[in-house]
Design a protein around this ligand. Structure first.
Ligand code: SF4
Length: 318
């Protein structure tokens, strides 16, 4: 698989582009994820011509509208410039499969950006940075996350699962799309979707059973929305255990009673929160691979992203 392109707030890579010349280096991004993706660093404030150092800006609610203005110089309003910068990035970097933003920034923050009133007093933390907001409006399918939230093992795993799925989709289906390619693609994702969200599993199954007479472009559009929505639900412990049990069903006639017991105990232990998923998963995979069944072998559920990321070793809490 070719490397994935991820948009990233430039200060997260350790570059001194913040208003005061500092940075917000995130070691998970620079030391771990960077080995598996290509980062496209973007500092929207620098890109619109605000230099370093620069006077700080903030999100101000003015006449019911969110504007990004100077803290000291109220006449400075960079909202439109930040919006246009997001439009430029979307147009010039269509290869982006995901985006990691800096939290709390009036340009890059996705959740909980402080909003101020005209008088300068803070109103709440329900804002979103102007650049991030426009990017997300234009690219609703692209997974986005804030760097701070990637400290949560479950959120991190979910974000990375989605970017690899979107990249896989673009590589496998969108170049000369066909119903055959789409079905082949989804047949690899079935158990992963089951782990994330059972209602989506049924919905996608129903959708794919009724493709006749529809243009392939609209089928692909609808399908990828359904898939990305399904994967946006974190794969819970219950969902994973259910999927492991379903996959265990393939072994009914092929392994000994003792092996079945060992497998059931491993799944049960995971379901109770005593072990990480990697324990029953490895055991199940070991048995299933002896069946040499191409359908089972190709399931992305085994490895939704490079195993070297080791994410499943840490996802204990789900
Ligand atoms: S948060 Fe965004 S705008 Fe602010 S320094 Fe980082 S990249 Fe630049």
């Amino acid at each position: 698989m070719e490397k994935i392109f991820l948009g990233v707030s430039q200060c997260l890579l350790g570059e001194p582009v913040r208003y005061d010349g500092s940075h917000k280096r995130n070691s998970y991004l620079t030391d771990v994820l960077a080995q598996h993706v290509n980062f496209l660093p973007i500092c929207p404030e620098m890109a619109i011509g605000l230099g370093v150092p620069r006077k700080p800006i903030r999100l101000v609610v003015s006449a019911g509208e969110e504007r990004i203005r100077g803290v000291e110089n109220l006449a400075l309003d960079v909202t439109d410039a930040l919006v246009q910068e997001a439009e430029r990035v979307v147009q010039q970097m269509p290869e982006i499969c995901g985006y990691v933003f800096t939290q709390k920034s009036p340009s890059c923050g996705v959740y909980s950006v402080k909003r101020y009133g005209e008088s300068g007093s803070s109103i709440d933390t329900r804002g979103r940075g102007a650049f991030a907001k426009r990017f997300m409006e234009l690219q609703p399918l692209i997974p986005v996350e804030e760097a701070g939230r990637l400290n949560d093992a479950g959120l991190r795993e979910n974000f990375i699962t989605r970017i690899f799925a979107l990249h896989d989709w673009r590589q496998s289906v969108t170049i000369e799309p066909s119903a055959k390619k789409l079905i082949a693609f989804y047949s690899r994702y079935k158990y992963q979707v089951m782990a994330h969200h059972v209602p989506s599993y049924f919905l996608i199954g129903k959708f794919l059973a009724n493709l006749a007479g529809r243009p392939i472009a609209s089928i692909c559009n609808e399908f990828i929305q359904l898939l990305m929505t399904a994967l946006s639900y974190p794969a819970s412990r219950k969902g994973n255990a259910n999927t492991l049990m379903h996959l265990r069903g393939y072994l009914k006639l092929h392994i000994s009673k003792l092996d079945k017991e060992e497998l059931s105990n491993a799944i049960e232990s995971y379901a109770q929160g005593l072990t990480p998923i990697i324990v029953p998963l490895t055991l199940l995979k070991h048995h299933l691979m002896t069946l040499d069944d191409p359908y089972l072998k190709q399931q992305t559920f085994w490895a939704p992203y490079p195993e070297a990321l080791g994410l499943r070793n840490f996802v204990l809490a789900q």
